[in-house]
Design a protein. Structure first.
Length: 159
């Protein structure tokens, strides 16, 4: 079963994560940043020599306080027992665990007081709630350009 989740995760990395035919992660980018090339990442260099997170980006202010349903991967920040109470939602598996993290406009900071029971980190999820263009810096991890507080639902990703 774990292999199946891993394969699903790899497939999601190689395709656009979409909700209702819309590439939601692309919508997080301001219009003028949507055609910028992605930086190349060399995973073979030591972490202490890896590049820094690109903070020279903007958020899409038109999304502030809008309802959203967005798929992604969980990077746990705060747990209570087996429940994840605070996490970063990122567009691909391994983001923020390998350096540099994605730019802030590709990271969503999520707080969920009920907690999320997550069997494996490679399980993608759908998060549904109100997105805010509120910059959150998580010391030693990354800066997030968006936040969702108390999402309406978090469920495992399915097509």
């Amino acid at each position: 079963m774990k292999l199946a989740y891993y394969v699903v995760g790899l497939l999601l990395v190689s395709m656009n994560l979409q909700a209702n035919g819309v590439d939601v992660w692309n919508e997080l980018l301001p219009e003028n940043e949507r055609n910028m090339p992605m930086p190349e990442i060399d995973h073979n260099i030591p972490l202490d020599q890896a590049g820094q997170q690109n903070l020279n980006v903007s958020v899409n202010k038109e999304l502030d306080s809008k309802p959203i349903r967005i798929p992604g991967f969980v990077v746990p920040l705060d747990t209570e027992g087996e429940l994840v109470k605070e996490f970063l939602l990122v567009p691909y598996f391994g983001a923020c665990l390998h350096y540099p993290p994605p730019p802030p406009n590709q990271i969503v900071y999520v707080t969920h007081s009920k907690g999320l029971q997550l069997e494996d980190l490679w399980e993608p999820v759908w998060v549904e709630g109100t997105i805010n263009t509120q910059v959150q810096t998580v010391e030693g991890v990354a800066t997030a350009g968006y936040s969702i507080s108390e999402p309406e639902s978090i469920v495992l990703y399915t097509d």
